[in-house]
Design a protein around this ligand. Structure first.
Ligand SMILES: [Ca+2]
Ligand SMILES: [Ca+2]
Length: 435
């Protein structure tokens, strides 16, 4: 492992920019450690992170807390200085019940705009709140907040183009064995533009949308299915063609696979949480997306691809259970440390042992387009220099666009803490006073 690739960060006092003590790492990385804004009733800040498209700011992203549901916008300026950590008590605004976000909040960002959306349970037990905000406005602006006409423990959320007007995005929400789609969410009456379907399985986990199937131009909805408690019955990755599902009033959902041309599935009878985390991305650039699916209970990450109408998988076993709890894809490293134009797979492992403590780490793997496998060992490992047990470092992570060009930063969630990594190998050290 090359020097400097074992990136360490200490946990520091809250407030201001906290990079000064990391000057010994100045050649490679600096990190900003933060906690939630004061006044938010939150005990599990940074349970999920959503990174929208590059905007006017150096970086902007949303952080969701899960215990008392909150959503926070975090902003860095072009110099990597945290300028705004504005919180909003979304729980109160929308009557979201404690725990309404679930353990892994269903929040996601639009890859083409500054918008972020979420779905959560509200006090009206016959409905589910959906909300889309524009993080690029100041103050952040509520775009739409339709209600699903059923209570869903939402686990997956995506902005995607799956139906309706091709110029208007749709929202896809999974949870409680359902897939709900709000077609053309910017239309005047989104409540009337929904379709929904159900599965035999009692839970649907994370989801993604992409062109996964060869010979099919339209994207499919990729959804992970299993039991609510992840304790029985195995789990699987299923594909849903949007045109299979009829537009309904959503309170009478159809069958997700009824009358449909069979799309491939990938089932694991001995694994109950395949797809707890899931990313759809074209890792090798051949035009067909791969499905990267984590199974934290077994500490495995699977990479699925369509081969002749069958989903085939390679699997990678991590060093600890919990490996695969969070996933992201970006070109973050190369042989000499700097990005090399090839996408890497970034894996959160929040139970990994670090200096003897079950504190968690994040491991970055290169992807071999020939063998379809991840490298045997990570090319980069990130962890807290002062690890503590149950810290859950790596339980959430996101790659966030930063500054110009294709630069990005890596944001990692831990229990009540957020770690933001800037790399001087990728961009100039722009910390104020350090140029
Ligand atoms: Ca591919
Ligand atoms: Ca790479």
């Amino acid at each position: 492992m090359r020097p400097g690739c074992w990136l360490l960060a200490a946990t520091l006092a809250v407030g201001g920019c906290s990079w000064t003590p990391f000057d010994d790492l100045k050649d490679d990385v600096w990190v900003d450690v933060s906690t939630g804004p004061a006044g938010l009733p939150e005990t599990q800040y940074a349970a999920a992170i959503a990174a929208p498209a590059r905007g006017e700011h150096g970086a902007v992203f949303a952080v969701a807390g899960s215990t008392n549901p909150t959503l926070t916008r975090v902003v860095y300026d072009d110099n990597g200085k945290r300028t705004d950590t504005a919180g909003d008590d979304f729980a109160q605004r929308f009557m979201i019940v404690p725990g309404g976000f679930g353990t892994a909040p269903a929040i996601s960002a639009d890859p083409d705009s500054q918008r972020v959306g979420f779905a959560a349970k509200v006090s009206d037990m016959t409905k589910t709140q959906v909300a889309v905000y524009d993080l690029g406005t100041d103050p952040i602006q509520l775009i739409t907040n339709p209600l699903l006409p059923a209570q869903v423990t939402a686990e997956g959320f995506a902005f995607a183009e799956v139906g309706g007007d091709a110029t208007m995005k749709d929202l896809v929400i999974t949870g409680s064995g359902r897939v709900d789609v709000i077609v053309d969410y910017e239309a005047a009456t989104p409540e009337d533009r929904m379709f929904a379907c159900t599965h035999q399985e009692d839970a649907s986990f994370a989801l993604g949308v992409g062109k996964v199937v060869a010979g099919r131009d339209a994207p499919v909805i990729v959804v992970a299915l299993g039991s609510t408690n992840r304790n029985e019955g195995g789990s699987k990755i299923a594909l849903i063609a949007p045109e299979q599902v009829q537009v309904t009033q959503a309170n009478i959902p159809g069958n997700c696979f009824e009358g449909a041309a069979a799309l491939p599935q990938f089932e694991k009878g001995d694994i109950n949480d395949l797809g707890e985390a899931l990313v759809v991305a074209d890792l090798d650039g051949d035009g067909l997306a791969e499905i990267i699916a984590g199974s934290p209970s077994t500490g495995k990450v699977f990479i699925l691809r369509d081969e002749g109408g069958v989903l085939v998988a390679t699997e990678h076993m991590g060093l600890a259970t919990g490996f695969g709890s969070a996933l992201a894809v970006a070109d973050f490293v190369g042989a000499d440390g700097a990005p090399d134009g090839k996408l890497d797979v970034i894996v959160g492992s929040p139970k990994a042992l670090v200096k003897g403590a079950q504190a968690g780490d994040v491991e970055v793997f290169e992807y071999d387009a020939t063998t379809h496998e991840l490298g045997a060992t990570p090319v980069m490992t990130l962890a807290d220099a002062k690890p503590s047990a149950q810290q859950q470092y790596g339980s959430a992570l996101a790659v966030v666009p930063f500054g110009g060009a294709d630069d990005h930063i890596l944001v990692i969630g831990a229990h009540d803490e957020l770690f933001t990594y800037f790399r001087t190998l990728i961009y100039a050290d722009v910390r104020a006073g350090r140029q």
